[in-house]
Design a protein around this ligand. Structure first.
Ligand code: NAD
Length: 372
């Protein structure tokens, strides 16, 4: 049980209602901890902020990763989410060959009802206080407009419209689309999507854009989202079959593309899958490492999430290259995701390991080589 009682380190000066606490030692006792460098808690009771900034590594560069605004069921669940997401960012950037470390932030709040300018102002103060150790961007619940709002108040915000790389989602969707086709080609020898049945869970920025691409190439779609207006729109625009809630996992399809939140591949759901391929953009799809093995046992090919969904961070990282951001330099790098995945699929087969174990080993090799 995570129990934060007193601040260990406050990095703020002047009059503020924000309190920042180093909770690394507390976080080390809960699921998701993996020798993280530092975990910060920002709390502001007046402005309604509870934010966790998790720095997994800064070995390859500054810890970059988006801010997720989501009403987690408990504080501990929020910290675990931040820990797992930031670890995924280390692996994602390493495999994509980016000079970035892994970080992620979680604000425990409902983005529809709790996200206020005052809350974001308090969060911007926290980012300033972290002095560039963490660089943020968009994630679930944080919009482009929010990123712009933060960037006016804090220096370490990427993915903004003003001088930044803008919305990462189209790049994530493109990488996911190409990765999905690479998985299909690996499994069947062809990446022809016409008539291939794909279930897309989550019709947000990435899921919707992925549906557009799949539909354009003739895939047959089944979709789900918590928001009924989105599923209705998908039915109308793509002729998609709509299913309620978690029934999407058991949909009778060839490919399952998770594009909502994580943890949907578990001991409970994997036996229900009819798809032979899992290839989608959501972070942290496997509830536990054991679930990678469960997928293999069922003969299901899994495209590791942090490899297939790297398009967004590849785009954001282009802001930091010499000479500034140029969109035309980004797409060729996003296209490399397909080749990287194919190499992972082949190595997994050769070595008799799961694809996620191979991806993690590749990422750790890269980080360790930089460390020594
Ligand atoms: P988003 O907030 O735009 O969309 C998420 C969608 O999922 C929403 O429509 C929401 O209603 C829906 N949803 C939530 N829980 C659901 C459930 N249980 N069943 C069905 N639908 C559900 O988010 P996004 O930017 O599209 O990101 C989607 C996923 O991809 C997230 O896991 C995110 O971390 C990951 N990802 C996004 C990017 C990016 O560039 N946006 C990059 C890498 C990874």
């Amino acid at each position: 049980m995570l129990n934060v009682t007193e601040p260990r380190q406050a990095k703020l000066s002047g009059a503020t209602t924000l309190e920042i606490t180093d909770i690394t030692a507390d976080a080390a006792r809960i699921p998701g901890f993996d020798a993280h460098e530092q975990v910060w808690l920002g709390r502001d009771a007046v402005r309604g902020l509870t934010a966790i900034v998790s720095i997994h590594t800064t070995v390859l560069g500054p810890a970059l990763g988006g801010t997720r605004i989501w009403p987690h069921v408990s504080f501990e669940a929020g910290v675990t989410d931040a820990l797992r997401l930031s670890r995924g960012m280390t692996f994602k950037s390493a495999i994509a060959g980016l000079p970035l470390g892994g970080g992620k932030a979680v604000i425990i709040a409902d983005p529809k009802t709790d996200k206020t300018p005052a809350m974001l102002e308090a969060y911007a103060e926290m980012l300033v206080a972290l002095e560039g150790q963490y660089v943020t961007a968009e994630d679930v619940g944080m919009t482009l407009a929010d990123a712009d709002f933060l960037a006016e108040r804090a220096p370490n915000v990427s993915g903004t419209t003003k001088g930044g790389s803008g919305n990462p989602s189209p790049f994530t969707a493109q990488g996911t689309f190409l990765g999905l086709k690479a998985a299909l080609r690996h499994r069947t020898g062809s990446d022809e999507l016409k008539g291939i049945r794909v279930a897309v869970q989550g019709l947000g920025s990435v899921g919707w854009s992925l549906c557009e691409k799949l539909h354009a190439e003739g895939a047959v779609l089944t979709v789900s989202d918590l928001d009924a207006t989105r599923t209705a729109r998908a039915a109308e625009k793509f002729g998609a079959t709509v299913v309620e809630g978690n029934a999407i996992v058991a949909a009778d399809v060839d490919i399952f593309a998770p594009c909502a939140l994580g943890g949907m591949l578990s001991a409970e759901t994997i036996p229900l899958l009819k798809a032979r391929i899992v290839a989608g953009a959501a972070n942290n799809q496997l509830a536990t490492a054991e679930d990678g093995k469960r997928l293999v046992e069922r003969g299901i090919l899994y495209a590791p999430d942090y490899v297939i969904n790297a398009g967004g961070v590849i785009n954001v990282a282009a802001e930091m290259t010499e000479g500034g951001y140029h969109v035309e330099a980004v797409m060729p790098r996003v296209e490399q995701i397909a080749g990287t995945l194919t190499r992972i699929f082949q190595r997994a087969e050769r070595e008799g390991r799961t694809t996620d174990a191979v991806a993690e080993a590749m990422a750790r090799e890269i980080v360790e080589a930089a460390w020594t």
